[in-house]
Design a protein around this ligand. Structure first.
Ligand code: LMR
Length: 393
């Protein structure tokens, strides 16, 4: 049986981690996978997470199973953090999932269960795992234009033209904030236009919210998701705690489904629990419990928010420093968009060959589409990157 298996395409982001690890050069720079790093290159355990873990160790008396949907308190805390009352609780169903990928996967499985022929629209480009899972599940897929490589901004006219052809019941995957891989985002007026268009088309939005708190702030980053959730009879929201709580390996995510009324919500909730049971039974609990403890405790919550804000401001500072350094090195404003982008990533607009040269000649690792992880930089490496980029142009 197993000899019938064919080699699978390797995930480009994960492949890059491997190449970086195997590079023995001193001074190599990792701008690949989306993991936050401080100025010393460490991905720290956040203070509030450490404090919650200590409390948990003292207070936890059992490791018996939770519910199929995860702890109700976790689901409620995540609904509050993401939606802040934008939709009546009676219309919300949700399940804890293993990370944001687990939430995306369950969302797509739910789409397949509810509406087998529905097309899922993804932005061009998007996080590579989106099309990968969609194809794996055999779901029809279409792309809408998103990125304007010449300006480094959103190709809004292209986006509207493509989403104008969406059919009723099609699912449209939107990045709630901090677009991955481009870093280019819709402004509030553009969001309002997209929402009006998709609502008129009868589309079902699927929002991927993996970087809440990494762009313009915890509340500002949820604004688009709240608008979407309040504007459609049905919405799916896949959210991750990997980045904003820094608990990557704990696999902590949530899938929230907005249904048209309380009756429909009951059935949606049953189906979400059913999908968890089919795929892995009970979702992982440790990370979800820490998140719940932090969100429910005033002191822990305040400390977490303060540290998340430090992280966000650090990335914004690095953005400005890189934009300035690129301006100086290239003697042009070509890369000014880096300072306007938000979140962990920016797509620099380099060719694949230039990306390879940066890796081979300078030991600088970025994804092949020239996506960089801003948090992989520090005050020392910003000028090194700017000089290297200028020299391969
Ligand atoms: C990324 O895009 O680098 C992150 O979301 C990590 C991942 O799993 O790909």
């Amino acid at each position: 049986m197993l000899e019938a298996l064919k080699a699978q395409p390797q995930d480009k982001i994960l492949q890059l981690i491997q190449m970086y690890r195997e590079d023995t050069r001193e001074g190599k720079i990792d701008l690949g996978v989306g993991v936050y790093k401080d100025a010393t290159g460490l991905t720290p355990v956040m203070r509030a997470v450490k404090a919650a873990e200590q409390q948990l160790w003292q207070l936890e008396t059992t490791k018996t199973y939770t519910g199929l949907a995860g702890e109700p308190a976790y689901n409620a805390a995540m609904q509050a953090m993401i939606l802040d009352g934008a939709v009546a609780a009676a219309r919300l169903a949700s399940v804890a999932t293993p990370g944001g990928t687990g939430a995306i996967r369950q969302a797509l499985e739910l789409v397949k269960l509810a509406s087998p022929g529905a097309t899922v629209w993804i932005s061009a480009p998007t996080w590579p795992n989106h099309p990968s899972i969609i194809k794996y599940l055999g779901i029809p897929m279409a792309e809408y234009r998103y990125f304007d490589a010449t300006t480094g901004g959103v190709d809004f006219a292209g986006l509207l033209a493509d989403l104008g052809t969406v059919k009723p019941g099609d699912v449209v995957l939107l990045h709630g904030c901090c677009h991955n891989p481009t870093g280019a985002n819709l402004d509030p007026a553009q969001w309002a236009e997209v929402v009006a268009l998709l609502a008129a088309k009868g589309a079902v939005p699927l929002v991927d919210l993996a970087y809440q708190g990494f762009g313009d702030g915890l509340e500002a980053d949820a604004a688009a998701t709240r608008l979407v959730a309040a504007s459609f009879p049905e919405v799916l929201i896949a959210a991750s705690c990997s980045k904003n709580f820094g608990i990557y390996r704990e696999r902590t995510g949530v899938l929230i489904a907005v249904s048209k009324d309380a009756e429909a919500t009951k059935i949606t909730q049953q189906n979400l629990a059913f999908l968890n049971r089919q795929n892995y039974s009970f979702p992982p609990d440790h990370g979800a419990r820490l998140v719940t403890m932090i969100l429910e405790d005033d002191a822990l919550r305040a400390d977490w928010k303060a540290e998340l804000e430090e992280v966000r401001l650090n990335m914004l500072g690095l953005r400005q420093a890189l934009a300035d350094a690129l301006r100086a090195e290239t003697n042009s404003d070509r890369f000014d968009f880096v300072a306007r982008h938000r979140g962990m990533f920016s797509r620099l607009g380099l060719t694949e060959a230039q990306v390879v040269r940066l890796r081979e000649e300078f030991g600088i690792y970025m994804v092949g589409d020239s996506r960089i992880n801003i948090a992989g930089l520090n005050a020392r490496t910003v000028p090194l990157l700017a000089r290297a980029v200028a020299s391969v142009l």
